[in-house]
Design a protein around this ligand. Structure first.
Ligand code: SF4
Length: 206
C-alpha cells in the first residue's frame, strides 16, 4: 500500500471525537476539493505491506484507528488492512469521500462517509448508491463552507432521512464558515445534526 503517514493524535471528528487515536493516512485522492487541507497526501508516501502497517500501528498504545487519506478506497488492499486490524481487536474507522463503493469494506468497520457539498466543487461526485449501504454503525459527514452548502446538506439529509439511519456530522471549513452562524443554522433546522469543531486542528496535532 502507499502510505503517506502513520501518527497519533486526538480524534477530532465523528462521535469518537476526543479519544486518542492512531491515524493511517493513505496516499492519493480522486478529488481536488477547493478547500482541501491535505493536499500533501495526493502523492508521495511509502510502500508498505498490510502486515507492516499493522506492526507500525502496534507501536502506539491506542485501540482506536482511523484510516484516512486522500481517499482510502482507491487502494485495493484497504479492505484487507481493515480486516487485519479488526482481527487484532482494534476499533477501525474509515474516512471516505463517498465517491467509491463503501460496500467493499468488511463488516465491523465504522464508515465515516462524506457527502460533498457544492463549495467543494464535487457535489456531482457523490455515489448515491452508497446511501442504502449505510447502517446505524456508520456516520455521514457534510463539510460546510457557506450557507449554500448548509442548505444543500439539509436537502440531502431530509431527502434520504439520513438522521434516521446514522449520526449526521456537520463540519465547518476552517477560515470560511463562521462557527456560531453554523451552530444557529443547526439549531434552527430542528434536526439532530452533530456539530464538529475539528478538535485536532484546534489542538494543532495534524
Ligand atoms: S476528498 Fe478529502 S483528501 Fe480528497 S481532495 Fe477532497 S478534502 Fe482533499
Amino acid at each position: 500500500m502507499l502510505v503517506q503517514e502513520i501518527f497519533q493524535s486526538i480524534q477530532g471528528e465523528s462521535t469518537y471525537a476526543g479519544l486518542p487515536c492512531t491515524f493511517i493516512r493513505l496516499t492519493g485522492c480522486n478529488l481536488r476539493c477547493h478547500w482541501c487541507d491535505t493536499q500533501y497526501a495526493y502523492d508521495g508516501g511509502e510502500r508498505l505491506k498490510t502486515a507492516d502497517i499493522v506492526t507500525r500501528v502496534a507501536d502506539y498504545p491506542h485501540r482506536l484507528i482511523e484510516i484516512t487519506g486522500g481517499e482510502p478506497l482507491l487502494q485495493i488492499e484497504t479492505p484487507e488492512l481493515c480486516q487485519r486490524l479488526l482481527d487484532q481487536g482494534y476499533t477501525v474507522l474509515v474516512e471516505t469521500n463517498g465517491t467509491l463503493d463503501i460496500g467493499l469494506l468488511p463488516a465491523g468497520v465504522i464508515r465515516i462517509m462524506d457527502v460533498k457539498c457544492p463549495g467543494s466543487g464535487y457535489e456531482c461526485a457523490t455515489l448515491w448508491d452508497n446511501i442504502p449501504r449505510l447502517t446505524a454503525n456508520d456516520q455521514i459527514k457534510f463539510v460546510v463552507a457557506d450557507q449554500n452548502d448548509f442548505n444543500y446538506a439539509m436537502n440531502v439529509v431530509l431527502r434520504y432521512q439520513l438522521d434516521k439511519i446514522c449520526p449526521v456530522l456537520i463540519s465547518p471549513v476552517i477560515g470560511m464558515q463562521n462557527l456560531p452562524q453554523l451552530a444557529q443554522w443547526i439549531l434552527q433546522s430542528h434536526v439532530p445534526l452533530r456539530l464538529q469543531l475539528q478538535m485536532h486542528k484546534i489542538l494543532g496535532i495534524k
